[in-house]
Each structure stands twice: as structure tokens, then as C-alpha cells.
Design a protein around this ligand. Sequence first.
Ligand SMILES: NC(=O)c1ccc[n+]([C@@H]2O[C@H](COP(=O)([O-])OP(=O)(O)OC[C@H]3O[C@@H](n4cnc5c(N)ncnc54)[C@H](O)[C@@H]3O)[C@@H](O)[C@H]2O)c1
Length: 277
Amino acid sequence: MTGRAGGAGRTDGRTGRVAVVTGAARGIGAATVLALAEQGWAVLAVDLARDDPALPYPMGSRAELDAVVDAANRTAGEVSAYVADVRDPAELAAAVAEAERRWGGLDAAIAAAGVIAGGAPLWQMPPEQERAVLDVDLGGVVNLARAAIPALLRRPRPRSGRFLAVASAAATRGLPMLAAYCAAKAGVAGLIRALGAELGGTGVTANAVSPGSTDTPILAESARLYGLPAADSFAAQQPVHRLLDPGEIAAVLAFLAGPGSSAMTGSVVPVDGGLAL
Ligand SMILES: NC(=O)c1ccc[n+]([C@@H]2O[C@H](COP(=O)([O-])OP(=O)(O)OC[C@H]3O[C@@H](n4cnc5c(N)ncnc54)[C@H](O)[C@@H]3O)[C@@H](O)[C@H]2O)c1
């Protein structure tokens, strides 16, 4: 399938499309890997896959990443695990190179890796936690854009390359005790708008989703930071009166990753059960 941007006429259930997804070991990233694989994508599933000493809650593990890959490989897709830290531009460049080497090109890069910290006003937040939030949640998206967009542009015209990021309802709301997180997510929204304009008529687009409260370990950590008994406590604030499932965010990301989203660029799409209303 070298150099193919489409894949029409395949008979093996594959689309011929290739993605790199960060934050793939669990939560929204894992659900996105599965959604793409079910649609027949080849996916490099990237995660730190070890704990971050700056943060007091566990990251996704290597075992979780391998389990996602195993489940995805039982669908129409072809998925491989790749350990990288999104804060390291060289590691992301190597991940993109690996996807191109394995599958002949890149059609979508999805930045889902993220961390949360706070629970105190910004000026009282441990500096290493503030740094982790800004460097992973904003720096990691910038790093993926820098590594992946040239690969998306290496596909021959007519292209349908997709750079996608996971922002947050926190991009547009001032959430107390989460100032660094809000700053990083607002930065992601601004980055996506600018990339959409920069990519112009290349056929490559840039879009983001802004999830509301979604049932993943980040939300459990947010509940802890606010002194709430459990993540369920966030359901009442959301107009749909429930937490979202990671698969519901992944469904929108999988649509945005496909050729059918061609009219959208620079969009930051709320997928939030009405949270930002
Ligand atoms: N869950 C929610 O309510 C919610 C709401 C809005 C936005 N988001 C965003 O969704 C994205 C996915 O979060 P989630 O809810 O699935 O959380 P999660 O904690 O379940 O998953 C995050 C994944 O990112 C990985 N990761 C962390 N640091 C990394 C690094 N430096 N390099 C590579 N991988 C790293 C973790 O190991 C983990 O597997 C994040 O960007 C988060 O900010 C989540």
C-alpha cells in the first residue's frame, strides 16, 4: 500500500489509510485507536507507557498499551505499539518515520496524550507539575504537528491528510485550580486555528475536539484534585446528565480523520454533552 492516500478497491477490509495516535494506552486515545482499526486503518499506537515522576497519578502502562493493540488487531485494522514521550520531538519524529516505513505514508496524526494537575491556585502549584501540564498538553501537540505535518504533506495530491488534537471544554472556560491545564488547552485551540490557516489549500486539514467530562483516569484525577468523592460527581454539571464514554469522543475523531471531513479546518468541535453551553 505504498504511497496510497486512498485505498479504493481494497478487498481486505483495510482503508489504506495510516494514522499515528498519541496517548494510546487508555482512555480517549485507546478508544480512537480501536475506532480507526475497526474502520480498517493501520495505526501506530504511541504512549509514554510508564509513570511520570512529576505527577501523583499513574500514566498508562505498557501492559495497557499492548492490550489496546491486541484488541485492535482483532478488527479489520493493523496496529502496532510504539513507546515515546510527546515532550521529545526526536521521539515523535522517529514514531512518524516508523509509521511511514511500515505502511508507506501517513494520513492522520492524532494528539490525544494529556495529563492533568492543579488542585491549587496557579501560584501555589508545584512548578514541576505546571511544567508537565504545559509541556505534555500543549508542547506535545506542537511537537506532533512539527513531526507529522511534513509527512502528511509527503502524500501525493489530491491529499486528505488530517492533523487532529484533543483540546477540552477547559479551552474556553476558566476552571479554578486548573489554570495551567486551561492555558495549555486554550493554546491547543489557538494552534489548531492557526494550522488550519497555514495549511490552506494543501488538502491537509487541522481540527480539534473539545471533550466534556469523559470517564477516564484523567477525570478520576480531576475529582481527586477538587476533593470530590468520584468522577461521577461531574455528571450533574453536564447537560446530558451523565459522563461521556471515551468511544463517543473517538467516534468524532474517527470521522474527522477520514476524507469525509474535508470541509472542516481550524475547527474546535465541542463533544461535551453540552458542558460548554
Ligand atoms: N477525560 C476527560 O474528561 C477529558 C476532557 C477533556 C479533554 N480530555 C483530554 O483528552 C485527552 C486524553 O485523555 P484521557 O481522558 O483519555 O486520559 P488518560 O489519562 O486516560 O489518557 C492519557 C494517556 O496519555 C498518556 N501520556 C501522558 N503523558 C504522556 C507523554 N508525555 N507522552 C506520551 N503519552 C503520554 C498516558 O500514559 C495515558 O495513556 C487528554 O489530552 C485530555 O486532556 C479529557
